[in-house]
Design a protein around this ligand. Structure first.
Ligand code: ARG
Length: 465
């Protein structure tokens, strides 16, 4: 009889609970392609070194290909009793081809098998993510080109600081994403060693050819230490940490879109496809997609943290704890991919409001630095003094409720008698941005050049979407 105090859950019986906690098939079934590819490479190698007969090898491969088709057609019966994708496929292979199926597992273990499958999956995912990042960069570079002259306020502390161009702002994100790309390239390179053949943890006494399977599966080389091979989850941690950093970038852009699309800012209009209305307030147009991209970073960093905590106390080599890597990683990488797609769509559709941006760019005495620079350049004042003079001129303008270029020359001369009318040449936001031609600066000529360079290089690497 089940105990009344704790029997509620136990009513289903311990074996049921064990099955539930032990089975990973509900989520690791998505590794079926990698598992089948890995098994085929293993079988071909076993045949080449004389462990499998040609006839058995043929049967095994045909059976595995049939299973691939069944899974793709949705007719495959996944069983929780069979725990995971590896045992599900092996059991089905036995149904299909009989005893020969049992020979496939010679000289390997599920420990090296799962590490191989997961590495193949992550590698494939990285390739896809890199294409997506390329598409987002391309969309941003195109916006940068279209809005290379469009002035907007540049902020520090979210206080209007100096005018910049909208294109320059877009290109800032292109640079961040380029670093994300290179981090993913690194992660891919480091993960590209094949664990297959490490067997349970110690290697095997069978005369296998690990170089052959590594090559067949597109790996650079076999992993060098069998214990490390089955105990390592760096590859997923590294990918998740990269995804986390990149998701932070997406989140910052999303945050800007949320602010910019508010009625108070009205800097940009997001397309209807990426906004929603409110069920009760008819005037609302909510930037839901941007808000969700901003939120996704939570689960992505969460997955990195979660897996780091799972791994940190594990003695070598494999422990079942490591099965917990997949659900978190799948969720995080799926959502990172979705965030990239949503952000690309939003950027493509985005309409900057030029008039509003220009008006805002002139607010907050944003050309004060240009005035100080002019005092240095033309009147040869030391910068610290120029800064002080400019501060007094700004205070004067503020008192009269005027922008800097609206203040009269005579008023300015009450503070610095040597100022001439030439000063007005630098007080407009257009002239301010035009003058920022230092390398990496916001001048439209720079932006156009950089945007073009990015567009060209993204088209060349074929990453443009
Ligand atoms: N489903 C397992 C995992 O994801 C596969 C490896 C199981 N190995 C074992 N010896 N029980 O980690």
């Amino acid at each position: 009889m089940t105990n009344k105090m704790w029997g509620g859950r136990f009513a289903s019986g311990p074996s049921q609970i064990m099955e539930e906690i032990n089975a990973s098939i509900d989520y690791d079934q998505r590794l079926y392609n990698q598992d089948i590819d890995g098994s085929i490479a293993h079988a071909l190698m076993l045949a080449d070194v004389g462990i499998l007969t040609k006839a058995d090898t043929k049967k095994i491969i045909a059976g595995l290909e049939k299973i691939r088709k069944e899974i793709e057609a949705g007719t495959f019966q996944f069983s929780r009793q069979l725990e995971d994708i590896h045992l599900n496929i092996e059991a089905r292979l036995k149904d299909l081809i009989g005893a020969a199926a049992g020979r496939l597992h010679t000289a390997r273990s599920r420990n090296d098998q799962v590490a191989t499958d997961f590495k193949l999956y992550v590698r494939n995912t990285i390739d896809h993510l890199q294409e997506q990042i390329g598409s987002l960069q391309y969309a941003l570079a195109e916006k940068a080109q279209d809005y290379a002259d469009c002035v907007m306020p540049g902020y520090t502390h979210l206080q209007s600081a100096q005018p910049v161009t909208f294109g320059h702002h877009c290109l800032a994100y292109v640079e961040m994403l380029a670093r994300d790309q290179s981090r993913l390239t690194d992660a891919r390179k480091r993960l590209n060693e094949c664990p297959l053949g490490a067997a349970a943890l110690a290697g095997t006494s069978f005369p296998i050819d690990r170089k052959q399977t590594a090559k067949a599966l597109g790996f650079e080389r076999p992993t060098a230490n069998s214990l490390d091979s089955v105990a390592d989850r760096d590859f997923i941690l590294e990918t998740l940490s990269t995804a986390s950093i990149s998701a932070i970038h997406l989140s910052r852009l999303a945050e800007e879109l949320v602010i910019w699309s508010s009625a108070e800012f009205n800097f940009v209009t997001l397309s209807d496809s990426f906004s929603t209305g409110s069920s009760i307030m008819p005037q609302k147009r909510n930037p839901d997609a941007a808000e969700l991209v901003r939120a996704k970073v939570g689960r992505i960093i969460g997955a990195f943290n979660g897996l780091a905590i799972v791994m940190k106390g594990l003695p070598l080599a494999y422990s079942k704890d490591m099965q917990e890597d997949k659900e978190m990683a799948f969720d995080a990488l799926d959502n990172y991919s979705l965030a990239l797609a949503a952000m690309t769509g939003m950027v493509k559709d985005l309409k900057p409001n030029k008039e509003k941006l220009k008006a805002a760019a002139g607010g907050g005495f944003s050309t004060a630095t240009d005035l100080a620079d002019w005092l240095v350049r033309v009147l040869n004042l030391p910068f610290r003094e120029a800064h002080h003079v400019t501060g007094s001129i700004v205070a004067l303008a503020e008192n009269q409720n005027l922008t800097l270029d609206e203040l009269s020359l005579t008023d300015m001369q009450t503070i610095e008698p040597k100022v001439t009318k030439d000063v007005f040449g630098v007080l407009s936001v257009q002239n301010s941005v035009k003058s920022r031609t230092s390398y990496g600066g916001t001048a439209p000529t720079n932006v156009r050049k950089m945007a073009k360079k990015w567009i060209k290089s993204l088209e060349k690497t074929n990453l443009a979407g």
